[in-house]
Design a protein around this ligand. Structure first.
Ligand SMILES: [Zn+2]
Length: 459
């Protein structure tokens, strides 16, 4: 009797597990179809025109009986949100992707950027990877949850948001301020991670748990003006040039946080011996000197970085200008003292003729704490990797760039950056030319996302 019951329960659990398995081929084909449609909607930002994407997603959902809502900010720049209800025993999960793309310089493209041309297993086009692949995968997983009628303990919220590429009032900062009741969640899955494909296999899956905070600053140098035929020691251009050199070569203080400590530890396990030695001891000054040249991305993950990007001085070759200006792109560690850092920079420059002027931009990304590694969401992502890509590993990372996750983390959400794996070459096409995404990897990513979402939100 008890054996019969056990057999029955086993059968039940098998069919239950089966009901949660995607038809990989069909899901990949449908996600690729969504991606192709989305790429064809030109949402170059500026001006964005993201409503085209919002309307498209709303229509796809409507066909399957899911009601979506357009979130209004600026004209023509709608975002779209939809929700599958859980039983309320846990707080919601938000899956999101942005609708806009960066502009294209057609003279450098070998294919039409908004035609979603399919070639050699890839889809080409602006946004193919950043970030319409995320929108397509999110939409696919969301539809599958509905079609398979998967019982949920938490609401799953789908969001496609406007204006990520150019901070504007149409984007996430306004959505969070105006529509928080529709977005409030415990966990969020967003862009910002990915995975590296080498020799046709996924070497690692990167899950971004933190990101650096972009902060603008200017160096303003002043001195006496005069005729270019008479050299002056207080020439503003000379003082600015020296200050820029000091700021740009300054070895800012380095440190590890929970994410980067784990990142380097795990990276060492999949690296060749010489590199592994660096990653086991990343704070060693000798290691840092090597990383600075060979792995600038990793060097940046260890510190707040200061990078000069623009210069402005003078109007005529024989006139010494009274002022000169340099623009700095400063990317702060999540725990950086935002108020005090400009003072440290001024000390490093150490020139009373040069002032550090911080930019008080309303659209600044908020200070956002790193998300934790010890959550059920991070565990679900790791389990999904082990299930879908058993030969790979999960690397928690801190992105040096900024994403919309910052606005959520600032509200207390544990947000994780993920993304479709690709080769290093694929990665270079993001914000570059001939942007592309391998369809097979999109399929793998849909399975990965589905697995993580069902584990964390399913009953
Ligand atoms: Zn993006």
């Amino acid at each position: 009797m008890s054996r019969l019951l056990a057999a029955f329960l086993l059968l039940c659990s098998l069919s239950f597990a089966q009901s949660r398995t995607l038809n990989a081929e069909a899901a990949q084909a449908e996600a690729a179809h969504f991606l192709s449609d989305l790429v064809k909607l030109d949402t170059e930002d500026p001006p964005g025109n993201e409503s085209k994407v919002a309307e498209y997603i709303k229509a796809v959902l409507a066909k399957e009986g899911i009601e979506a809502e357009l979130l209004k900010t600026d004209a023509g720049r709608d975002s779209v949100v939809a929700r599958l209800k859980g039983d309320g025993s846990a707080r919601p999960l938000l899956i999101m992707g942005h609708e806009d793309v960066v502009p294209v310089d057609r003279s450098h493209w070998t294919v039409e950027p908004f035609a979603a041309i399919e070639k050699d297993g890839y889809i080409y086009g602006r946004g193919a990877k950043d970030d319409k692949a995320m929108d397509a995968a999110n939409l696919e997983v969301f539809l599958q949850l509905k079609r398979m009628n998967i019982p949920l303990k938490r609401d799953v919220i789908l969001l496609a948001e406007a204006s990520e590429e150019m901070s504007s009032t149409a984007g996430m900062n306004t959505l969070v301020a105006k529509y928080w009741d529709k977005l409030d969640c415990e966990f969020a899955l967003n862009e910002g991670g990915g995975g590296l494909v080498e020799n046709g296999r996924v070497k690692y899956i990167a899950v971004a748990t933190a990101e650096k905070m972009p902060r603008g600053a200017k160096l303003v140098s002043s001195g006496s003006s005069g005729h270019g035929s008479i050299p002056r020691v207080d020439n503003a251009v000379i003082h600015l040039a020296a200050a820029v050199a000091k700021a740009g070569t300054w070895d800012t203080p380095s440190r590890l946080n929970e994410t980067t400590a784990e990142f380097f530890k795990r990276l060492a396990t999949i690296s060749p011996p010489d590199e592994a030695a660096w990653y086991r001891d990343p704070l060693n000054p000798e290691t840092q000197a090597i990383l600075r040249v060979k792995k600038p991305q990793y060097y940046s993950m260890l510190r707040t970085s200061v990078v000069p990007t623009m210069l402005k001085a003078g109007i005529k070759s024989n006139v010494i200008p009274p002022t000169a200006e340099a623009t700095l792109d400063i990317r702060m560690l999540p725990d950086e003292d935002v108020q005090n850092f400009p003072n440290l920079l001024a000390q490093a420059i150490n020139d009373p003729q040069v002032k550090v002027v911080t930019e008080n931009d309303k659209l600044n990304m908020p200070a956002a704490p790193a998300s934790k590694l010890g959550t059920v969401m991070f565990a679900a992502l790791e389990h999904a990797q082990k299930k879908v890509l058993p030969d790979s590993i999960t690397l928690p990372t801190m992105t040096t760039g900024a994403t919309d996750s910052a606005f959520l983390r600032a509200k207390g959400v544990q947000a994780y950056g993920i993304g479709v794996p690709g080769t290093e070459e694929d990665g270079r096409t993001v914000h570059g030319n001939d942007e592309r995404l391998e369809i097979k990897q999109l399929g793998t990513f849909v399975q990965f996302l589905f697995s993580a979402v069902t584990e964390v939100a399913g009953k």
